[in-house]
Ligand binder design. Structure first.
Ligand SMILES: [Zn+2]
Length: 226
């Protein structure tokens, strides 16, 4: 895993195999908040980052943008290594993480990969009004029912999960096959117009500057003229 400081408080951890994925470490005096759990091969890098790069700072919590397999891959070893650390996710997403609902039930033909279920007692519902390590959660449903992005106001960076992707050097739509409701997800994307973040970090993969200037390009004509 490649670790790279993105802003004063936020580091991105990236791998390109088996898929390009970025997760985030948010540093504050009290400790580290991990945003998303990536894929299992990232665990060694995450463990090393927590023990070496961020030595002396406890892992305080894990925030999840959603429960797709490539965002929760390191949770089994992480739960074992840090059993007391709370894992927070939007309440709408919890049934999919525990295995009581399947992402496949959301739309005919939607892609979903198997992920081992997370025990319900390990999960805590995000409080929408709360701020975590300087991060404000915003519910952005569509890609999945409980998809949530996290805005770090002091650093002006939006940790956007799968609300968008980035490839060919530009902001792009989320991957259609894995997106339960594309129109809803694109409407949720209007959070860019509300926040106008200087930096928008996508899990797949990387940081887009002034992403709100590219948002309209992603919309179908009907939504663009809303
Ligand atoms: Zn996803």
């Amino acid at each position: 895993m490649k670790l790279q400081q993105l802003t004063p408080h936020v580091w991105g951890g990236s791998v390109w195999l088996p898929v390009p994925v970025m997760i985030w470490f948010v540093k504050e005096e009290e400790g580290i908040t991990l945003v998303d759990g990536g894929v299992l091969p990232m665990w060694e890098g995450v463990r090393k980052a927590l023990q070496e790069t961020f030595a002396g700072l406890p892992l305080r919590r894990v925030l999840l943008t959603h429960g797709h397999q490539d965002h929760i891959g390191i949770l089994p070893p992480l739960i074992e290594a840090y059993p007391e650390v709370p894992i927070l996710v939007h309440s709408e997403e919890i049934p999919f993480l525990t295995g009581s609902r399947s992402y496949r039930s959301l739309r005919e033909g939607v892609w979903a990969r198997y992920a081992p279920p997370v025990p319900e007692e390990k999960l805590t519902a995000l409080r929408p009004e709360a701020s975590y390590a300087g991060l404000q959660p915003y519910w952005t449903p569509g890609h999945s029912p409980g998809h949530t992005v996290f805005y770090h106001e002091a650093d002006d960076i939006l940790l956007a999960g799968d609300l968008f992707t980035r490839y060919f050097g530009r902001l792009q739509r989320p991957i259609a096959g894995f997106t339960a409701d594309m129109d809803l997800s694109l409407r949720s994307g209007s959070i860019l117009e509300k926040l106008k973040p200087k930096y928008t970090a996508s899990a797949h993969l990387g940081v887009t500057r002034d992403a709100h200037l590219q948002y309209a390009r992603l919309l179908p004509p009907l939504l663009a003229g809303r």
